[in-house]
Design a protein around this ligand. Sequence first.
Ligand code: GLY
Length: 603
Amino acid sequence: MRERRPWAVALAACLALDGAVPLAWRADVLQEQPQLYQPVRSSGGIVASQDGLASAVGAQVLRQGGNAVDAAVATSFALAVTHPQAGNLGGGGFLVLWLPGPSRAGRPGCGAEAAAAEQRLGRGVAVAVNFRESAPRRASSGLFLDARGGVDRELATRSLRSTAVPGTVAGLGLVQRCYGRLSLAQVLAPAIALADQGLVVGPDLAASLALARPLLDRDPTSRSLFLGGTGRPPAAGSRWRQPQLARTLRGIAAAGEAGFYQGPVADQLVRLMRQGSGLIEHRDLSSYRARLVKPLLGQLRGGHAVLTMPPPGGGVTLLQLLHILEPMQLERLGLNGAATIHRMAEAMNLAYRDRNHWLADPDQITVPTATLISQAHAAEQRARLQLDRHRPAAELASQPLLLPDNPNTTHLSVVDRQGGLVATTTTLNFAYGNGISVPGAGFLLNNQMDDFTAKPGSPNAYGLVQGEANAIAPGRRPLSSMTPTLVMRPSGEPWLATGSPGGSRIITTVLQVILNRLVHGLNLATAVATPRIHSQLWPDQVSLEPGISPDTQQLLGSMGHRLVAVPAMGSANSVEWLGDAQGSLGVADPRKGGAAAVAESPP
Ligand code: GLY
């Protein structure tokens, strides 16, 4: 049920006169008005992902009676086939879900962990899944240092040593077993069919493979998988089959996680590691576990609850930003006005400073999460923020840095007929990971080890200058910016699922989708499409997407900001639940190819 009522509209209109419209109402009031873009609507659920074929797989699973988890898992496995630049078996990720109904702790294989991790919210339960890759046992802090003590960037990003123990298959298996309705074999079937029978290559995939050709050409297995006999990637319009990947997927359907972490796939992966500088051994694979964890919970003005990913995910920084910005009346200052962008950029710098210093894998390092997301800390940070002048990064901390990059990750959001929500973000780190594929198994490996601090003070590929807490250590999971997030209505009903790829820009992308929807009152599609900005302390600059006006930029420049024009950032595929009667809304971010596929059958 939507909570908009006539008295709420009238009250909101009155409050608008002095610009102080509470968050909860402004969103619903403005939602009624026609806006630039429209989300798709469905009564049977929606899957929004970065690839149309994969979204269609998820929607089909919803039509077959699967819930949001079944659809998210089916879509994720399909992305491993249709979107090899980021969809994956060889990477890792995070997932946040809310499902109606009782605890699932009684299910086989979920027990005590589910009971400890689940959060009862309204008429359902919320839980998060950590399937971030982990450092192999033989990894140590100086892994990527060269003879002169510098960071060997090639080793950190393009070698077998850059690969951390993959988590995706364990994560998808765990969440499907504990929270799905269908069997693993049922949700894997469409991905197997796509790999076996082949898919017709679309223009986006053809362009992406062509761009990655130099990387894929360096590895003989990737060359044969992605560039075929000709040395050229499959052309747009041609059919592309992946029989080795189909065999691996069939093994997982038959044996569950053991089909990946043990047996022939594990043997092939370990053999490859031994041929090069890789560190992953059988015991790393067989002992890898995805974990159910309590989602991080923040309360916003107006009563909305934000459920997001705890460390090593990006949720702490997202909540910090929301708490710093909430009382600053951005709705009054205006969407993407100079004063709004200035406040957002300065808050981002303060929050990223904390991120880089404090955040790490909480299983190995004590992270002061409660302090960082407290209102008291947000108030302290807000007091540091100068309203008329940019505070240079060097005043906040004193490290040099910078590096460009080619980040690639992928996010999908699902809503089902009952309001079940799933937000999940997975990654190989770079597009196509380290470019190296496992012989005979048909999938690419991640280069996630670069998300650790290779050397304090030295930037990683995203320009993030991170601290000792995130140093490489056996079994540790590297700090991530991935921030799959749900927002619940003040009534306790589910509302919004969002998230994004984009490396260090993920957190600020999610922030702006939420602010655009809740504070500026844009509908879901317009909230996602609106130009975004990003700042992360180092480099000391604000990145602006196209569409921020020249006079706004001039004002920001006069406050001391160095502005950098960047291409589109992120791909915030998002969905919203309106209620039993109204159904749901969804949008694929127009920045990237993708689709929001609806589950009901056409009339
Ligand atoms: N690999 C990018 C991230 O996890 O933040």
